[in-house]
Design a binder for this molecule. Structure first.
Ligand SMILES: [Zn+2]
Length: 391
């Protein structure tokens, strides 16, 4: 996937060279992207080597959450891009599907994998899909209830500020919280849809269809061609969705504020997005720990322009350390949105509870108590309320 991004960037730089900036009839899009790549490279070199003759404009009046909130309420802030990761879903009881340390990899012995990561490798999956689906059944969340953080992003949308939300999560909670397909780039794919893996078929299936098969312990097979059907999450060995590459160029060139939520920025090429914003665009990190800071090695590898929260040269990056939900509430309070956010969360959660207890009632014929299974990973989930994740 890195290769693909690199070759794309190189092609655009070439296009810029050959089209020539003096030719007004040249392909605008290629020219503009080429321009942005040149800006990117210029910024990268000047910042990495300390050559910056042009001082970037300081946009925030102070490098604090208060400074960010004042900027957000100004005329200058019209387009916000959010980058989010697993940290915004942990409060919803969603296990971090792939990262080590969750106990996930430790429980894989029973599947006789050649090595733990094989379970998420596309070549292994095509031969042996069983372990992946067994794991999916084990980890399937009992309930899909977005967090305060998800609804904060929804508020950004309602206020007309959200340009796009780039998510690494595959749990569909952004959609459940009311973001549309158009608002989202699901960089690592999603469980929301699935496709037949046969390249000549590629028939699409919905979440309900997939869920039914996962819980009946059946390997999902295409109704048309009998090939295996795979959720649209990105496996190791697969490219990121083309939407990621096609939207990234324009989105990150046009952004007034970048908000990074609940991600340690460890996975490329997602992590390198932070260095794609213009040099004067403020970047707010809300996370348990500081991350994304410049590292000389990463700069040499071309992932420069890291975050700078504390050095004497710091001029635009703000870190708010702690729980993502609390960080969003704190920012909402400064913006005067706190009551609105709390009301939104209350109403949406009540609607989800009502829907799931109705579903449980429909099945069991009684007992409409709201389910709490979401908080308990890997517990009996076969009776989990269906349909709660629908839009
Ligand atoms: Zn098929």
């Amino acid at each position: 996937m890195d290769n693909r991004e690199d070759s794309g960037a190189a092609a655009e730089v070439d296009a810029e060279k050959s089209s020539g900036s003096s030719n007004p009839d040249s392909d605008d899009e290629a020219g503009a992207s080429g321009q942005s790549e040149m800006d990117f490279l210029r910024n990268l070199f000047s910042r990495t080597l300390g050559l910056g003759s042009e001082k970037p404009e300081k946009v925030l009046d102070e490098l604090t959450l208060e400074g960010v909130s004042r900027f957000m309420q100004s005329e200058k802030c019209k387009k916000v891009v959010c980058m989010v990761g697993a940290g915004i879903s942990t409060a919803a009881g969603i296990p971090d599907f792939r990262s080590p340390g969750t106990g996930l990899y430790a429980n894989l012995q029973q599947y006789n994998l050649p090595y733990p990561e094989a379970i998420f490798e596309i070549s292994y999956f095509k031969q042996h899909p069983e372990p992946f689906f067994a794991l999916a059944r084990e980890l399937y969340p009992g309930q899909f209830k977005p967090t305060v953080c998800h609804y904060f992003i929804r508020l950004l949308k309602e206020k007309g500020l959200l340009l796009r939300c780039y998510t690494q999560n595959i749990d569909t909670l952004e959609r459940v919280a009311g973001l549309d397909q158009e608002d989202l780039v699901e960089a690592h794919g999603t469980f929301f849809t699935s496709h037949c893996i046969s390249s000549s078929c590629r028939k699409e299936y919905k979440l309900d269809w997939m869920k039914e098969r996962i819980f009946s312990s059946l390997i999902p097979k295409c109704e048309k061609c009998q090939s295996v059907v795979k959720p649209d999450i990105v496996f190791f060995g697969e490219n990121l969705p083309s939407r990621f590459f096609s939207l990234m160029q324009a989105d990150f060139r046009n952004v007034d504020l970048l908000i990074i939520l609940g991600t340690s920025l460890q996975v490329q090429p997602f992590a390198s997005l932070v260095s794609r914003v213009p040099t004067n665009t403020p970047r707010l990190l809300i996370n348990k720990e500081k991350t994304g800071e410049s590292d000389p090695f990463m700069s040499l590898m071309g992932f420069g322009c890291g975050m700078d929260f504390d050095s004497e040269k710091a001029y635009r990056d703000v870190a708010w350390l702690g729980d993502c939900d609390e960080g969003c509430l704190a920012l909402a309070e400064l913006l005067g949105w706190k009551k609105e956010l709390e009301k939104l969360v209350r109403e949406e959660h009540a609607a989800i509870d009502a829907k799931s207890s109705q579903a449980v009632g429909d099945r069991a014929g009684a007992s409409g108590a709201p389910s709490k299974v979401a908080k308990q990973p890997a517990s009996p989930k076969k009776q989990c309320p269906p349909g709660s994740e629908e839009e």
